[in-house]
Design a protein around this ligand. Sequence first.
Ligand code: CTP
Length: 396
Amino acid sequence: MLNGKTVVLGVTGSIAAYKIANLASMLIKLHADVHVIMTQNATNFIHPTAFETLTNHKCLVDTFDRNFQFHVAHVNLAAQADVMLIAPASANVIGKLANGIADDMLTTTAMACRAPMLIAPAMNTNMYENPILQDNLKKLKAYGKEIIEPASGMLACRDIGKGKMPEPEVLLQYILRTIAMDKDMAGRRVLVTAGPTQEALDPVRYITNHSTGKMGYAIAENAMLRGAEVTLISGPCAMEPPMFTRVIPVVSAEDMYQAVVSEYENADIVVMTAAVADYRPATVSTEKIKKKDDDLSIPLMRTKDILGTIGTGKRPDQFFCGFSMETQNMIENSRAKIVKKNLDMIVANNVKVEGAGFAGDTNVITIITPEAEKELPIMTKKEAAGIIFDEILARM
Ligand code: CTP
């Protein structure tokens, strides 16, 4: 995912420094070229050898180190960077960066760096709330640097409050959002629905289906990484929704209907992956369930066709894409849905095909438009999400 990308990590003197080894390792696994620069103080918390072993590059600490890989190391490294993350960023280094002080390897590289810069402050709550520090952060923001909000929790000093460096997984998401993909969807507003819906039988039980939300979350993440503004309407899923998306949690088909109806007009692209439960109990018969009747015979009724409803109000500048999961006559049934629901595209899969459908990380899809169809081989849901948006963008 980060092939050919150079990430420069600046590590300063804070206990959270040790967690950056984990981040470096995650970046390497995504095939990034990672360089680590430490302040002298940071070396009290983690030894440069740890980073050298992980990154296969010399970990730079001293500006005047003569054992260098680069000609004028700080300038060269700054020029190579696709992104620079300073994490943990101490109050001292933030003060230097905000005021143009460049007196060590890290701050000189930051000064020379034109790539996007992310800064994750990590310190005691009182230091973090100090107006001087806050002013420095404001100043850095005004210079276009992105400040990653510290988390709250128990700090190294045993105080409880704001100032913790976010976990490496979170820092990784910031890096990915910045450099993983070209921003060919910048300015587009995308509405995605994902997951199953739950239809209550009584206060304890519900009807649902096997959807995990993986395909929808992959769709939302792909659009977000390409710079789109993403709203994700999600039924109950076990996974964490992708960061940097606006998530509207829903439970029933009716909830999803209400959410979609109030959001779709603001979207340029609507992708409905949700496996909406097609039926819900017409009446909730708690009594029968309590008595444990063998035959509940609860009458069911169709849920509202969400995509079909908004399809009739689709504007010419909007693009609507549905999903269809079929067990037979996949192409014909999906084509019929394109017409019935007034869609621009349907992504169809045959649940009987190995590697397709719910739960797994892969899918086997056919992209169907009124004029064409494209059958794709088995691939990850994340890869499929990328191709779906390539096809959508080519038609907008
Ligand atoms: N869909 C919807 N509202 C529903 C059911 C489905 O908006 N109540 C959407 C799905 O999210 C999907 C598309 O319509 O994008 C097709 O869903 P599918 O279940 O395959 O189609 P149905 O019209 O429900 O037809 P059937 O289940 O009978 O095949």
